[in-house]
Ligand binder design. Structure first.
Ligand SMILES: C[S@@+](CC[C@H](N)C(=O)[O-])C[C@H]1O[C@@H](n2cnc3c(N)ncnc32)[C@H](O)[C@@H]1O
Length: 318
């Protein structure tokens, strides 16, 4: 039986006034929910994985509640990137796929530009760039992500050069690209190290576009600790921290992207966030450690969502 799935856009972005009229926040919150809609190709649509009732807990082998999966790999629990790869998420970054398209509508992308997407995940953004006529190279260290990205590209007829590699030592010659694009990736490496590599592979005058979360207050030890536990990431920079890292790597004209005509950020619709080519490894996403991760992640967002924001950090290689 074949399953594919899509994520529902976060209804938190929509607010209903007392008169029932729907209005939207100016900016979407940093995260979107990741509820999954399963399509059973034989039985039709079901909201929950077949055979599992809502709220039904998957017991651990011992019958005890499942252990929490954390960034540091312990006792076989899947870590964050393995979970994302198993879910096949196509836009595992703040702002979702709507945010990506919103940015690309403003970015000066032209056919034939050599774009490197670092940490491409399952390749949805790379495929959008290829559809815009760019010559796309996509790198990720995860074989599982790349396998799904290649499947997506093949189904869409997109020509993309997929390469397995580490962004801290990119397997490319200096000055190979016009643009380096990253979405929720650089936060997982020391930003200074990553940005030096991005600068190295960019030609003179080339640009970096990096969509990343940032924390609003620099001093947030509990937030840092929980992010490390959940995602295995080092303390998140503040907005100015990201900009300083870009400057330290030699980038000039650094800044944070704002929509060109001053329009508010577009809030992605459920239809836009739906990813018809999201391939889920059901056996893996139904594991108890994944359920535990999801619950802890939701608690994290409830507690710290207001302490986080995000931006697209941009710079030019001199
Ligand atoms: C949160 S996911 C985002 C994926 C994709 N950019 C998206 O928005 O859907 C982070 C991605 O970065 C990749 N990644 C993390 N650290 C990396 C590294 N050091 N080198 C290459 N890829 C890395 C992970 O494998 C994963 O695919």
């Amino acid at each position: 039986m074949q399953y594919c799935a899509y994520r529902l856009a976060d209804i938190r972005t929509a607010r209903f006034r007392s008169d029932g009229v729907k209005s939207f926040q100016k900016r979407p919150p940093p995260f979107r929910s990741t509820s999954l809609m399963y399509i059973d190709t034989e039985r039709g649509l079901t909201r929950y994985p077949p055979g599992r009732a809502r709220n039904q807990r998957t017991p651990g082998r011992s019958g005890r509640p499942p252990r929490i999966c954390c960034g540091r790999k312990e006792s076989g629990a899947m870590e964050y990137h393995e979970i994302i790869a198993a879910t096949g998420a196509g836009a595992a970054h703040p702002g979702g796929f709507g945010g990506t398209l919103d940015f690309l509508a403003d970015a000066e992308v032209s056919p034939g530009q050599r774009v490197l997407e670092v940490g491409c995940g399952t390749g949805r953004t790379s495929c959008a760039l290829a559809a815009m006529g760019c010559a796309v190279t996509a790198v990720d260290r995860s074989e599982a992500m790349l396998e799904k990205a290649k499947r997506r590209a093949a189904l869409l007829g997109a020509t993309i050069d997929f390469v397995q590699g580490d962004l801290r030592a990119l397997p490319f010659e200096a000055a190979s690209f016009d643009i380096v694009f990253a979405e929720s990736v650089t936060a997982f490496a020391p930003p200074a190290e990553a940005y030096r590599e991005y600068a190295r592979v960019l030609r003179s005058g080339g640009r970096v576009w990096d969509r990343e979360l940032y924390k609003i207050e620099a001093d947030a030890p509990e937030l840092d600790a929980e992010m490390y536990a959940l995602y295995g990431s080092a303390p998140l920079p503040t907005k100015s921290g990201w900009l300083e890292s870009l400057k330290a790597a030699g980038f000039v004209r650094v800044g944070v992207w704002t929509p060109r005509d001053g329009r508010p950020f577009v809030v992605g619709s459920a239809e836009l966030e739906a990813d018809p080519l999201q391939f889920i490894d059901l056996d893996r996403v139904l594991r108890p450690d994944v359920a535990a991760f999801t619950a802890r992640n939701a608690a994290f967002l409830r507690r710290f969502g207001e302490a986080l924001s995000y931006g697209v950090f941009i710079g030019e290689n001199p």
